[in-house]
Design a protein around this ligand. Structure first.
Ligand code: NAD
Ligand code: UGA
Length: 452
């Protein structure tokens, strides 16, 4: 096997593959990086000025590396790149299975398996195959089995190198990661990948583990993070009932260095493409190994999340129906600073509001509202309108429901908005970001999550 990685291919040009490869190319000018994807439109967008992923800082990095040592090509052109690659990252989607054994819980590895077949078919020499996608434990067994069927003389070592970036802060997370994790069996392959990261990541932050620990650590890390959000959201409801303030409680708990201050912001519930699917994958693994207690424990984290969304949507619907039944939704992205709305809490909340007979006026800073509406299952087209700005969205609304913590919502001029809203307007601040006093003195009724 080659000791040095000089040619990298990444299969999958999504929210992980695109930014991750852009940062590797930026920090490793001696390495050539090729990103391929089945989706030709996505590749075309990566080659344009309108990148398919919005992340602060990403466009600048792509601008300086694309055409230098970073290129985006379609799958049909990918075979030659695979033949020459020293290392191939698999960074494709691993969604929850919708059919077959484990449907509704287990991860669908069909995209990963098709990458392994593609690599087996086109690799010609020693190749390190790297799991960048989030996989269930022991997925590497399946990948190895498929790779061993290759007939072109490729020989393979499989590593697990899960990604911990969060959307909205992806570039910062990639440039200054808390840790990089490399799991594997072959020390030469592990060190070859570690040398890539050492271009900019301190040695002490590069963790090496066995393959199975690496695969499981990724699922465990996401489960722990989701659990913190569910914990603070469970406390938020109790704060509302007792007139305590969830931010104060979080501040006190977080001041304990054993607990720490991060990831304790109460909300309408966590969203995003990964927490739910990774928790479901973990639950499935527990059930597969007949660990019903742990399965029930992690299911509880998901259940609280669903409960939190339902109860806040119900409050907003109840208030809106006292007036004209119009709710302005401020924020569709699952968090700020991203255009991603996969599994956004806004999807379930909008569905629930529409089902209860409320009409919606949708607004977001980055999400295309029409695109979003296509994902609302219960689409009563007459009941949904789209707006680019807050003021027209709020026009005539009985309730303003803040679902994403975009900075601009924290500084809304409430007196200016009040007169154009419905008769008895209320703000439902699902992120607890607004100046409550200013909104109340402007005339609004105000509910903020976790505030008594
Ligand atoms: P994504 O859907 O944005 O991108 C995946 C890409 O893979 C798509 O463009 C798709 O067309 C492409 N693809 C699928 N099968 C292919 C194939 N056989 N050949 C070529 N291209 C193929 O997904 P993502 O958000 O980038 O996530 C990818 C993986 O990374 C998932 O396993 C996810 O759990 C994990 N992850 C995601 C994040 C995140 O913030 N989004 C963070 C850490 C880990
Ligand atoms: C999360 C993890 O943070 C990443 O480490 C991981 O790599 C990634 O999942 C993944 O595997 O996909 P991401 O989902 O992009 O990243 O964003 P987070 O910042 O974790 O937020 C997830 C959700 O939790 C958002 O809806 C956010 O609003 C919510 N959240 C987060 C809260 O409600 N309160 C908090 O205190 C923190």
């Amino acid at each position: 096997m080659k000791q040095r990685i000089l040619k990298i291919v990444c299969i999958g040009a999504g929210y992980v593959g695109g930014p991750t490869m852009a940062v590797i190319a930026d920090r490793c000018p001696d390495i050539s990086v090729t990103v391929i994807d089945l989706n030709a439109a996505r590749i075309a967008a990566w080659n344009s000025d309108a990148l398919p992923v919005y992340e602060p800082g990403l466009a600048e990095i792509v601008r300086r590396t694309r055409g230098r040592n970073l290129r985006f090509i379609s799958q049909t052109e990918g075979a030659a790149a695979i033949a020459q690659a020293d290392a191939v990252f698999i960074s494709v989607n691993t969604p929850t299975k919708t059919q077959g054994e484990g449907a509704g819980k287990a991860s669908d590895l069909s995209y990963v398996e098709s990458c392994a077949r593609y690599i087996a078919e086109h690799a010609t020499g020693p190749t390190i195959v790297i799991e960048k996608s989030t996989m269930p434990v022991r997925a590497a067994d399946t990948i190895k089995r498929i790779l061993s069927s290759g007939k072109n003389g490729g020989s393979f070592h499989v590593l697990s190198n899960p990604e911990f970036l969060a959307e909205g802060t992806a570039i910062r997370d990639l440039e200054k990661p808390d840790r990089v994790l490399i799991g594997g069996e072959n020390p030469t392959a592990i060190e070859a990948l570690a040398a890539v990261y050492r271009h900019w990541v301190p040695e002490a932050a590069i963790l090496r583990t066995g393959l199975w620990s690496a695969e499981l650590s990724k699922l465990a890390a996401n489960a722990f993070l989701a659990q913190r959000v569910s914990s603070i959201n469970a406390i938020s409801a109790l704060c509302e009932a007792t007139e305590a303030d969830v931010d104060e409680v979080a501040g006190v708990c977080g001041a304990d260095t054993r607990i720490g201050p991060k990831f304790l912001k109460a909300s309408i519930g966590f969203g995003g493409s990964c927490f739910k699917k990774d928790l479901l994958s973990l639950i499935y693994l527990c059930e597969f190994y007949q660990l019903s207690g742990p399965a029930a424990y992690w299911q509880g984290v998901l259940d609280i999340n669903e409960w939190q969304k339902r109860r806040i949507a119900a409050m907003a619907a109840e208030h809106a129906k006292l007036g004209g039944g119009v709710v302005a939704i401020l924020g569709l992205a699952f968090k700020k600073n991203t255009n991603d709305f996969r599994e956004s809490p806004a999807i379930d909340i909008c569905n629930q509001l529409l089902a209860s007979g409320v009409r919606l006026r949708l607004q977001d800073e980055r999400v295309d509202a029409k695109d979003f509406a296509a994902h609302i299952v219960d689409q009563r087209k007459v009941g949904v309108e789209f707006f680019a700005d807050v003021a027209p969205a709020a026009d005539g609304a009985d309730a303003l429901l803040i679902l994403t913590e975009w900075d601009c919502y924290a500084t809304i001029d409430w007196p200016a908005l009040f007169s154009s809203c419905g008769k008895n307007p209320a703000i439902f601040d699902g992120r607890a970001i607004i100046d409550r006093r200013a909104a109340i003195s402007a005339g609004f009724k105000v509910y903020s999550v976790g505030k008594g």
